[in-house]
Design a protein around this ligand. Structure first.
Ligand code: PEP
Length: 253
């Protein structure tokens, strides 16, 4: 279902005490200040999931996300975490295909297709990240490139499965750089992605899809970026580590 979403991606930040403090602050502010028109997601490190989920018990507009999962159901994969394990500690979402995972951990579109499958099979909603490098943007091939990322990792799904996905468009040149895409650039890409998806899965599924923007989103620019008709919210990195900034971004809707 298409909804307004603001998702934080804490990445590899915050020890457990810091994570719980941040969660409590966000929780209090969201309860006091935010109306129910936004779905808030906290993308926390694996080891925090269980404890953060206890703080969120009984809260119906803040959800929990992991930042990755393994593509196998279970087995001899030392150090890895399965989708079933995430579900068992109350994760609702899993971020897949973040550009940092693609770049530093060599995650390919084909691997991501398997991760998407296993996440869905275990009742997790993938927040599927896509986005182009600066080089691709400068060559003006960003639309073909990002559409291709979706085709390769998501177009094998059935319409019913695809209908459960959330997409996050995150131009790599805007992540953690302080250089955000303009509202027009975000809207333009989101519209093209929605059309690409409509071509494969039909207008209704494309219309119901939430497409988030990510890349140096802050309280000062969120309102303008979220105003695009195809922009349904944001995936927030740096600013999700500060409760006041994160909640002010949520309040941009
Ligand atoms: C991200 O890494 O998902 C992200 C959007 O980071 P930042 O907001 O810090 O640019």
């Amino acid at each position: 279902m298409r909804r307004n979403i603001v998702a934080g991606n804490w990445k590899m930040n915050n020890d457990l005490q810091e994570g719980l403090k941040l969660t409590s602050e966000i929780l209090n502010m969201v309860q006091d200040e935010v109306n129910d028109n936004v779905h808030v997601i906290l993308g926390v490190p694996f080891v925090h999931l269980s404890s953060v989920s206890k703080l969120l018990e009984g809260i119906d507009n803040i959800f929990l996300s992991a930042q990755n999962c393994n593509e196998h159901e279970s087995g001899a994969y030392t150090g890895e975490i399965s989708a079933a394990m995430l579900k068992s500690v109350n994760a609702d979402y899993v971020i897949l295909g973040h550009s940092e995972r693609r770049e530093y951990f060599h995650e390919t579109s084909q691997l991501l297709a398997k991760k998407v499958d296993i996440a869905l099979a275990n009742g997790l909603t993938p927040i599927f990240c896509c986005g182009e490098s600066l080089e691709i943007r400068e060559a003006d091939t960003q639309f073909e490139f990002v559409c291709q990322q979706l085709t390769e990792s998501l177009f094998h799904l059935s319409p019913e499965e695809f209908g459960k996905i959330v997409i996050a468009y995150e131009p790599i040149w805007a992540i953690g750089t302080g250089k955000t895409a303009t509202a027009d650039q975000a809207q333009e890409m989101h519209e093209i992605l929605r059309k690409h998806i409509a071509g494969k899965f039909g207008e209704e599924i494309a219309d119901n899809l939430s497409i988030l923007y990510g890349g140096s989103c802050k309280p000062g620019n969120a309102k303008e970026i979220f105003s695009g008709k195809d922009v349904d919210g944001g995936l927030i990195g740096g600013a999700s580590l500060k409760s006041r900034d994160f909640v002010d971004i949520i309040k941009s809707f």
